[in-house]
Design a protein around this ligand. Structure first.
Ligand SMILES: C=CC1=C(C)c2cc3[nH]c(cc4nc(cc5[nH]c(cc1n2)c(C)c5CCC(=O)O)C(CCC(=O)O)=C4C)c(C)c3C=C
Ligand code: FE2
Ligand code: FE2
Length: 365
């Protein structure tokens, strides 16, 4: 097999597009055990995601997890699947289309906007190839994770770097690391909560639930926990909520090890048991609704809260296609594209003009 990808058929010297690649986690192609298996295998084989020595992890993954989890997860996916496909992919694709429109309106019609999934399809490799073949030689990669974590953001960087390792003619690259305290992102969240409260009144507690990671990652220096708390504090401040009415919790625990605490579902059950009547739950770490929000929070956690004596449970949807969020994403992209936005494709007329100006100044060529 050739070490390098074949070069796309563009003309040397003239191809000079700038692109933005949005990347989210990934999802199976169908809500079936057959589709779940390869997706979970790819995801859970990533050493950034499961940091257990291969010798120990491989037999567990291949012997137990990949024989039981695909069918169980497929049922859950089926309960949230949309006509157009998996919610995570549907929303991410819409976000990419909207971003292209917003950037055009902001005066940047030449940008090439695409999206990829870290696991499953469309893969980062396929989309990078497509962007190269459209002439992109500068690419801004935006992992759609507001809070940085090695298990999410860093794996996107790893995968992009692996792809560049297969390219002879590499593009120039930039990455967004995080946007957990970006004022426009916080305001987009606050706006979605205020809109919900305008229609439904205010809850006794606002629970801000983030995806968990193993506690050990925090001890080893992952900034994720800290960034989630900062997002939570800024959102509570933007809403004018006193600290005792706003809680940060962590969901989606996987396996037996300790994960970040407090865990979302037990917290909700405890609140219900203490007599808290109404909770609203928002998931600020996910910019698109997905299995973890629509099934785990809006279905499982709702049921648990009500079963433990809670009266009213409101799930506040992710930012998805909200105007304020696409606007925030547009600003974030423009800020990180920076001076790339000033670089124009050199066309023949401007080259000729530069040459004649140089002649006028007395240059010899
Ligand atoms: C096994 C360890 C896992 C870590 C660590 C982890 C971190 C992590 N994940 C997200 C975002 C998402 N995770 C999603 C699904 C999902 N996550 C894990 C495991 C870990 N996640 C699994 C096994 C699954 C698959 C579903 C299942 O079988 O339960 C999703 C939803 C995907 C979808 O298709 O809808 C998202 C999004 C973050 C942000 C994160 C660490 C910060
Ligand atoms: Fe996850
Ligand atoms: Fe889950």
């Amino acid at each position: 097999m050739a070490r390098y990808w074949p070069e796309p058929a563009y003309q040397h010297g003239t191809a000079a597009r700038t692109g933005v690649l949005l990347v989210n986690l990934g999802t199976p192609d169908a809500p079936t055990a057959a589709a779940l298996r390869p997706y979970l295998k790819q995801f859970l084989s990533d050493p950034r995601v499961v940091e257990i020595p291969r010798m120990v992890w491989w037999p567990i993954l291949n012997g137990i997890i990949l024989n039981t989890r695909p069918a169980a997860s497929a049922k859950k996916y089926a309960s949230v699947w949309m006509n157009e496909g998996s919610p995570l992919k549907v929303h991410t694709e819409r976000q990419a289309k909207l971003l292209a429109g917003y950037l055009t309106k902001a005066g940047h019609p030449d940008l090439d906007i695409d999206f990829a999934m870290r696991y499953g399809s469309p893969s980062i490799a396929d989309r990078l190839k497509a962007m190269r073949s459209r002439g992109c030689n500068r690419i801004l990669v935006v992992p759609l994770y507001p809070q940085y974590s090695a298990s999410t953001t860093a794996t996107v960087v790893d995968e992009v770097a692996r792809c560049l390792g297969r390219m002879r003619n590499q593009p120039e690259l930039r990455f967004v690391r995080n946007f957990h305290d970006d004022p426009a992102y916080i305001e987009a969240l606050a706006r979605s909560v205020r809109d919900h409260w305008m229609k439904n009144g205010e809850p006794d507690r606002l629970v801000m639930s983030f995806h968990g990671i193993p506690r050990r990652s925090l001890d080893l220096g992952d900034p994720y926990h800290c960034e989630c708390h900062k997002t939570g504090r800024l959102l509570a401040e933007a809403l004018g909520l006193p600290r005792e009415r706003a809680l940060v919790t962590f969901q989606s625990r996987f396996g037996k090890a300790e994960w970040l605490k407090p865990y979302t579902q037990p917290t909700l059950e405890a609140l219900a048991a203490q007599g808290v009547g109404r909770v609203d739950v928002i998931c600020p770490g996910f910019v698109a609704d997905c299995l973890e929000t629509l099934e785990e929070i809006a279905m499982e956690c709702r049921e648990a809260f009500l079963e433990h004596g809670g009266k009213e449970f409101h799930y506040i949807p992710c930012l998805n296609e909200n105007h304020e969020w696409i606007d925030a994403l547009t600003r974030l992209s423009i800020a990180h594209l920076g001076n790339w936005l000033e670089i124009k494709r050199p066309d023949e007329t401007s080259l000729a003009a530069t040459r004649s100006r140089a002649m006028e100044k007395g240059a010899t060529r």
